[in-house]
Design a protein around this ligand. Structure first.
Ligand code: NOJ
Length: 729
């Protein structure tokens, strides 16, 4: 349909029809109706169901075809229903969770992963995914850190942009792609105390320079949608926040697509104390420019009345509806409302497995490798722990991934280790007694008895082994939405298992499965090798064994700081300097900015990760000592693989503006390159520094660079390297 035809359609629609395009209903409304009784007539709810413009949370070509047929037959203008779903790290084939994908430092691979997810989701009738999540996350207590690519704005920007490109492809009409939704706008990751849905307080410069950046870069790739966040920001709920939605999103970022609220967020403005009732909430949502009300019921209940009283103008309504119709049109739904539904449902293929396996191997972050405990030797290996043979390797969002397709660590080990050299034991329960997850309190009657038995089994398996691969971690329901934690240790029952195994004196390789940074001081002490495996998804077992056996050398880097203790949170490497910096050297410096009982920085910092080989960085240099505003400087370093194995290394460029009208972070990632080198091979890695990279939100509230000195590091992680200096003139 062309624009004229769309406008003609809009003009022909009744007010009720228009309003309902702005209403999103839960898929469960349609599931039950379509499969049990069909759409009932005469009740308000059914009326909404008959006309609501979109739904979420259901997939499957047969199911959706049935719903679409019924819906189309009843819709006065036969406008198709739009199906949306959270496909955040996989549909059928599940990739590592976004935090793991971030650790690959490989936006191209992440884009390919998004393409695969889109293809699978589209073949299951899905039109739009609620991804990428571009929220900047600095707080390990916040469970949704798992859904992000971490604490750095540049990395997040590249990853979110890559995901939008991957999901949407060149043309949304192409059946192998889906619409992307950049979320959660804005600053959802800065929830106070790391408590989900909580208020955020941010100065405008921190908001602009850090928190808004990744959304902005992702929006440049023209995602079909943006989602508002649940939080209030500086006292105003994001969903009713005109400054964010109108000034920044529409005016400054030039976003022209559909703005959707998060689930119930329009109505939640009442709980925030920002709207009086549903009617007021609907008004405030509309005034902020929220096009679709996801599941709060405020628009469906009150928008017509608001139009009748003149509080909302028809022009405003038309604008919002036209955006929704345009999205449907861009997806090709008017030509083919059954888009994707005639295809066979998606299946896990050899190709999708290969992609997922490579992604897993690239996402693993090796934190310790004492005495070259890894790669594994050909000897007796015991795989012990609640993650040793579980299919629960995906996050709570990957609801469409199936256990039967998932390869556990033990299953993969069974393919590569000789039967006489491998044994397995669960060791303990995943959770402590009475642990609370997002959805339940886990209470097992015979918890203690069970753990006594599991431990005894594990101890005898460990006694047999030369090396124990200990597979520990948080349960997959302990990260994701509504999973904030004030303690970020491993479950006590798992720590107990580790301590007991340590007593056997066997070599311990600890694998940590997690959706957030954890406190790992004790684990580090008791382990010979320590590797973060995130929530690795369908090919978890294979990707992990590829690295354990040395087929692939680990190359993942942390994109979030792992703290010594939760008391350091929120923690991030790109902090602002203080007037009383803590000196680097050891010693007692009483009146400086420091903790009495802990380091300031992370136990494992941003950008950190080991390999099985070693890399030497030599001859870091800048092509000039001064740079003019229109000029550029090359920053380069020679990287040599000095070990005996092939490996990949992520070379990182950091910059600090030494003096400026507003304090600037002690270091900021300005670029990165991942290269692969054979043993003995070397390569010069070069970056270009331009003036745009030096701009910031100045004291004058403009995006500008300021003349002066800058430090540059070309290094291996956010704490590494000696600075070079240049001057911007
Ligand atoms: C709530 C979550 O905050 C959001 O990320 C998700 O996309 C929606 N629910 C829909 O499931």
């Amino acid at each position: 349909m062309d624009k004229k035809a769309l406008e003609a359609l809009l003009n022909d629609m009744s007010t009720e029809e228009k309003v309902m395009q702005l209403v999103q209903l839960s898929g469960s409304e349609y599931e039950a109706a379509a499969e049990i009784t069909g759409v009932e007539r005469g009740q308000a709810k059914d009326n909404v169901r008959r006309l609501a413009g979109s739904t979420l949370g259901i997939w499957g070509s047969k199911r959706l075809r049935k719903i679409q047929e019924q819906y189309m037959s009843e819709h006065p203008h036969h406008i198709p229903l739009m199906f949306m779903l959270d496909v955040i790290h996989g549909h059928k084939t599940v990739l590592p969770c976004p935090l793991g994908q971030g650790a690959t430092f490989d936006p191209e691979a992440v884009k390919k992963g998004a393409e695969m997810q889109a293809k699978e989701a589209a073949a299951d009738g899905v039109h739009a995914t609620f991804s990428p999540m571009a929220d900047l996350c600095r707080d390990a207590r916040w469970g949704r850190i798992m859904e992000s690519t971490g604490e750095d704005k540049l990395l997040n920007s590249r990853m979110a942009a890559a995901m939008v490109e991957g999901y949407q492809g060149k043309d949304l009409r192409d059946n192998a792609h889906v619409a992307a939704c950049v979320k959660h706008f804005a600053a959802y990751g800065a929830a106070e105390g790391g408590r989900d849905y909580n208020n955020t307080e941010l100065s405008e410069h921190t908001l602009r320079e850090h928190y808004l950046r990744a959304y902005g870069e992702a929006i440049k790739k023209k995602p079909a949608m943006v989602m508002t966040s649940f939080n209030s920001i500086n006292g105003i709920p994001a969903t009713g926040n005109k400054f964010l939605m109108k000034k920044i999103l529409r005016e400054e970022f030039g976003f022209q697509g559909v703005l959707i609220s998060d689930w119930g967020a329009v109505g939640e403005m009442i709980n925030h104390g920002f709207a009086e009732d549903q009617r007021d909430a609907a008004l405030k949502g509309m005034m902020a420019g929220v096009d679709i009300d996801m599941c709060s019921g405020c628009y469906s209940a009150c928008l017509e009345e608001l139009l009748n009283t003149g509080a909302v103008s028809m022009e405003m309504l038309d604008e919002a509806v036209l955006r929704v119709l345009t999205m449907k049109n861009d997806l090709g739904l008017f030509e083919d409302p059954y888009r994707g539904l005639s295809m066979d449902g998606p299946v896990v293929t050899e190709e999708s497995r290969r992609l997922a396996r490579e992604a897993v191997a690239a996402s693993l972050v090796l934190l310790e490798n004492k005495g070259n405990a890894l790669p594994l030797r050909k000897e007796k290996i015991a795989f012990i722990g609640p993650y040793a043979d579980t299919k629960r390797l995906q996050s709570s969002w990957a609801f469409s991934g199936e256990d039967e397709n998932t390869v556990t660590v033990w299953e993969a080990a069974s393919e590569v280790c000789e039967p006489e050299n491998r044994r397995v034991a669960t060791g303990c329960t995943m959770l402590d007694q009475d642990a609370v997850t997002a959805r339940e309190i886990c209470h097992e009657e015979d918890w203690q008895e069970k753990n006594d038995r599991l431990l005894a089994e594990a101890m005898s398996v460990a006694a047999w082994a030369d090396t124990v691969v200990l597979c520990l971690g948080e349960d997959s329901t302990q990260s994701g939405e509504a999973t904030s934690k004030a303690r970020i240790q491993l479950p006590a029952v798992q720590l107990h298992l580790l301590r007991e195994i340590k007593k056997t004196g066997k070599r311990i390789v600890t694998l940590i499965f997690t959706g957030r940074p954890l406190e790992l001081m004790e684990v580090r002490e008791l382990s010979d090798a320590l590797m973060i495996c995130w929530l690795p998804g369908t090919e978890g077992g294979h990707g992990i064994l590829d690295v354990l056996t040395g087929k692939v050398s680990p190359s993942g880097r942390l994109t979030v700081s792992f703290p010594y203790t939760v008391g350091q949170e929120p923690l991030h490497y790109d902090m602002y300097p203080t007037g009383r910096p803590k000196p680097d050297e050891k010693g007692n410096y009483p009146y400086t900015s420091r903790y009495l009982d802990c380091e300031n920085g992370a136990l494992y910092p941003f950008g950190y990760g080991l390999s099985y080989t070693s890399f030497a960085f030599t001859d870091p240099k800048l092509s000039a000592q001064t740079m003019s505003v229109r000029g550029a400087i090359a920053a380069s370093v020679t990287v040599k693989n000095t070990g005996s194995r092939k490996g990949s290394v992520t070379v990182q460029l950091y910059i600090r503006d030494l003096t400026s009208s507003r304090v600037r972070p002690v270091r900021e990632l300005a670029d990165f390159k991942k290269i692969s080198l054979d043993p003995g091979a070397e390569e010069e890695v070069s970056f270009v520094i331009r003036e745009e990279m030096l701009r910031f939100w100045t004291a004058e509230e403009t995006w500008e660079s300021e003349a002066g000195k800058f430090h540059v590091w070309i290094c291996n992680d956010s704490r590494d390297g000696e600075p070079l200096e240049f001057q911007l003139i």
